[in-house]
Design a binder for this molecule. Structure first.
Ligand code: ASP
Length: 268
């Protein structure tokens, strides 16, 4: 059976009904056994990303911000039939105990992954245990590879994207949008047949479709072409996520969780 690593972005997991849609996508192909997730993103243009709320909560201690985080996850929990309250309480206490902005910033991914793992019946693996940073906060590729091979073989799993830890278990995060990097590292280190990157657009366009009606979806791109588009600001894939996939020649398939039958874009 082929082995597919899937990464779901924040808009694909922004609310409870979207979690159910993601579950259906995963269940529709038993090869989808390695799942990497973002924190819930915006449900609409006026909304705030959970990651932004958490960063501001850590900076200001404003309990209204925590309540906004809580309300979102309680709705998700209710829709998927899981009581998120104990998990939320535990998470808030951990943020208050751990004076680290990076730890707080990654809690949206942590909560997303815990809830999705429960919904799917997959095991949860904490990125603290397998995405390794150096003391200075740079990604340690060799240690991450070693830890991933150790922690991620066997049963299907859900892993939070975006954060990891150094050897002393101090949390670090990738740059914003860095859940894509976690997904690419999993795909490269486990030798996936495909790295599926599920987002809210049906593929990569040659220019911004929101501003230019002549924009055309690209069915196929080379890693080089995608790298130029990403560096020029195409917001679909984090530019740093291409290198691990490219080094191991893992095909990347950018697809929309809102239009799962659409062809998306293949990057090879
Ligand atoms: N949640 C993080 C962000 O909002 C990382 C990600 O979504 O990839 O930037």
């Amino acid at each position: 059976m082929p082995f597919i690593v899937c990464k779901f972005g924040g808009s694909s997991l922004a609310a409870g009904d979207r979690f159910l849609r993601v579950r259906d996508i995963i269940r529709s192909d038993p090869s989808r056994r390695a799942i990497v997730v973002s924190a819930p993103g915006r449900r609409d243009a006026k909304d705030e990303k959970i990651t932004d709320l958490l960063i501001r909560y850590f900076e200001t201690g404003d309990e209204a911000l925590w309540r906004a985080v809580e309300t979102r996850f309680l709705e998700i929990g209710e829709t998927i039939g899981a009581d998120a309250a104990p998990l939320l309480q535990e998470t808030r206490e951990a943020i208050l105990r751990k004076p680290s902005a990076a730890f707080a910033a990654g809690r949206g991914e942590y909560l997303s992954a815990r809830l999705l793992a429960r919904l799917l019946g997959f095991r949860f693996v904490d990125a603290m245990d397998c995405v390794r940073f150096t003391e200075g906060g740079a990604l340690d590729r060799a240690a991450t590879r070693r830890e991933m091979l150790h922690c991620l073989c066997g049963e299907p799993f859900v892993l939070p994207g975006f954060y990891g830890a150094d050897a002393a278990r101090r949390a670090f995060v990738f740059p914003r949008g860095g859940g894509d990097i976690t997904g690419a590292l999993v795909a490269a280190n486990l030798g996936a047949d495909v790295y599926e990157n599920w987002t809210d657009v049906d593929g990569v366009y040659d220019r911004d479709p929101a501003v230019d009606p002549r924009a055309r979806r690209q069915r196929r791109l080379t890693y080089d072409q995608m790298e130029s588009l990403a560096t020029a600001g195409a917001n679909v894939l984090h530019p740093d996520s291409l290198r691990p996939a490219r080094e191991e020649s893992i095909p990347v398939h950018v697809r929309s969780s809102f239009l799962p039958r659409a062809g998306g874009t293949w990057i090879t």
